[in-house]
Design a protein around this ligand. Structure first.
Ligand code: UDP
Length: 238
């Protein structure tokens, strides 16, 4: 099942291989990390394993809550078997608290709570550096269909609710996160990963950043932060 076939794609943090089953891919999570559009490069020891294990745990939880994902099973410490997806070129970001690019763009201090969750779309394009787009751009460029855009938003908000609730007893605040969706045999599934690489997690009591911002901003304690997030979440997931 987990036999590696041809390497289909190598990204910054993952490799995707074919398997002997045409409907299944194998995703290998790497320790490599990049930031600022690839300008900053590094290694976060143990990250591949933590992101694979944490993503698996969160995908299982989302499936239980009725959200269809590409996850099939873990086949190694950092190897995940997934349903083969044709990833749609739209990144879906959900925000609960201002941080990162939203803080910069709208002049909001990091940590400013947003009155309602904000959903944003970005065009996945390395050459264009992932510009922000809206639903009209998605339609005009035919990046996804109108029903898919509605689903992006509905599912992103549902995922936000499930994850926010799940993280509460772990003492973690879900500040924002990024999702990718793809098509598998005509069905829209959540793909990619859910990890400290793609989410901002803050400690509820101290506000300490426990995610990739520690790497992006040279805050130190990067490995410890990833390990702490995994330990805390795995403890509260039944
Ligand atoms: N994000 C991501 N991949 C990207 C861009 C953003 O996973 O290519 C995540 C990021 O980790 C954060 C959220 O999406 O949790 C919002 O990121 P933001 O737009 O603030 O960008 P940043 O300031 O991180 O560049």
């Amino acid at each position: 099942m987990g036999m590696r076939g041809e390497l289909l794609y190598e990204g910054k943090a993952k490799r995707v291989y074919r398997t002997e089953h045409p409907d299944l891919y194998l995703v290998e999570f790497k320790d490599d990390a990049t930031a600022f559009d690839g300008l900053k490069k590094g290694v976060i020891a143990g990250k591949g394993e933590i992101n694979a294990q944490l993503s698996a745990l969160l995908f299982r939880k989302l499936e239980k809550e009725g959200i269809a994902t590409h996850f099939v099973e873990l086949v190694g410490p950092r190897e995940m078997l997934v349903k083969a997806l044709k990833i749609l070129p739209v990144e879906v970001v959900v925000r609960n608290i201002a941080a990162g690019s939203l803080s910069r763009r709208l002049g909001l201090a990091e940590g400013t709570p947003l009155r309602t969750p904000v959903v944003e779309f970005y065009y996945k394009s390395d050459e264009l550096h992932d510009p922000m787009i809206n639903e009209d751009h998605i339609a005009a460029l035919d990046l996804a269909g109108p029903d898919e855009v509605k689903e992006f938003k509905a599912r992103a908000l549902k995922i936000n609710e499930v994850l926010t609730r799940l993280l509460e007893p772990a003492g973690l605040v879900l500040v924002d996160f990024k999702l990718e969706f793809g098509l598998h045999r005509g069905r829209l599934l959540l793909g990619d990963e859910i990890s400290p690489d793609t989410c901002r997690f803050w400690d509820r009591d101290t506000g300490e950043k426990l995610d990739k911002d520690r790497f992006r901003r040279d805050l130190g304690g990067v490995e410890e932060a990833y390990a702490s997030v995994y330990e805390r979440i795995s403890k509260v997931v039944g």
